[in-house]
Design a protein around this ligand. Structure first.
Ligand code: PBG
Length: 320
């Protein structure tokens, strides 16, 4: 009979038989960028996370890179919002300015931009609203313009998070016809309508002013649908497929990894971060252990990389 404890008796043996490893290259930290100078705004529901003006963002990213990071995800918060999200594709918009500054300062660092309209619309929905409902095809053409403006500013990867149909195809066509055929698309293909996004909406000031996102984000009850969404996005030209949130959806991560064999991203979202932080502040859990265990679980499920608000801290806890 096998004695399982034989392979657990020393650190060296445990290391030899370890099936999954978490490395610094697996982690991607999100950043929020605001207009102005020398500005740092704390986000109450996400202790340790803040919004930065471009000058301070560069300092944050420099420290992050020094920890061994190679990629970050960037969200812009414009000064002015309007019905048609004009700020999302302005050549001197907040995210476009941030990307230019980042790529100038850190040419090797991989800049991923979130492509969505919710932070740019006055009503907070992820698209153009007509008769109280989000118009898919009108939204898609704006998203394609926004993605192109990010690529023009120098973004290395664009990441659409809106959940409109056919947006990957539209973005791919607009990038290709403007000589950005080498800019990959990281599609938030499988984004559930989740209450775990609560703190993010404070951070990005993007809560919908009426209704909810149920007509475009996925029903948490569905798994087959995740596969259909992801397959269609790959067909439309997505290079990465994302599952979001992560922890309550690791069955989806595992299923997609097996069935798609495509680069897979898990997004460890704001509510997941906030819960751990709150418990850690109260000393109810050991933050480092809980975070590293959770991130490892996402990798074990099949994620090739993880977007997490804990990324920067986790880099400090990981040996190279
Ligand atoms: C915007 C967007 C959201 C997140 C990333 N991009 C939230 C939403 O749909 O309201 C969530 C991130 C998080 O909770 O960390 N479309």
């Amino acid at each position: 009979m096998k004695r399982f404890r034989r392979l657990r008796q020393s650190a060296a043996i445990r290391n030899l038989v370890q099936e999954t490893t978490l490395t610094k290259h697996d982690l991607i930290q999100p950043f929020f960028v605001i207009e102005g100078n020398n500005k740092r705004e704390e986000i109450e529901s996400m202790p340790g996370i803040a919004r930065y003006s471009v000058d301070l963002l560069l300092k944050e990213v420099e420290a992050y890179i020094k920890q061994g990071a190679q990629a970050g995800l960037f969200f812009g918060l414009p000064k002015k919002k309007n019905e048609t999200a004009m700020g999302s594709y302005a050549s001197n918009g907040i995210i476009q300015k941030a990307v230019k500054a980042l790529k100038k300062e850190f040419p090797e660092f991989c800049v991923i931009t979130d492509v969505c309209l919710c932070a740019y619309t006055s009503h907070g929905h992820c698209g153009i609203v007509k008769n109280k409902s989000v118009d898919n095809d009108k939204t898609v053409s704006i998203l394609a313009k926004a993605a192109l403006s990010h690529a023009t500013a120098g973004a290395d990867i664009v990441a659409p998070s809106d959940m409109m149909d056919f947006r990957v195809k539209a973005i791919r066509e607009s990038l290709d016809s403007n000589s950005y055929e080498n800019v990959p698309i990281m599609s938030y293909a499988v984004k559930y309508n989740s209450a775990f996004y609560g703190p993010f909406r404070e951070a990005a000031d993007s809560a919908p002013q009426f209704g909810d996102r149920k007509t475009y984000q996925m029903d948490p009850a569905n798994s087959d649908e995740a596969l259909r969404e992801a397959k269609q996005d790959l067909k439309e030209g997505a290079d990465f497929i994302m599952v979001k949130p992560a922890l309550a959806y690791l069955d989806i991560v595992a299923r997609l990894k097996q069935e798609l064999a495509a680069p897979l991203v898990a997004y460890n979202v704001s509510g997941e971060y906030a819960m751990v932080k709150a418990a850690a502040i109260k000393k109810w859990v050991d933050e480092e252990s809980v975070v590293l265990e959770s991130l490892l679980a996402m990798k074990r499920a099949g994620a090739n990389m993880i977007i997490s608000y804990h990324a920067s801290e986790a880099l400090g806890w990981l040996t190279p």
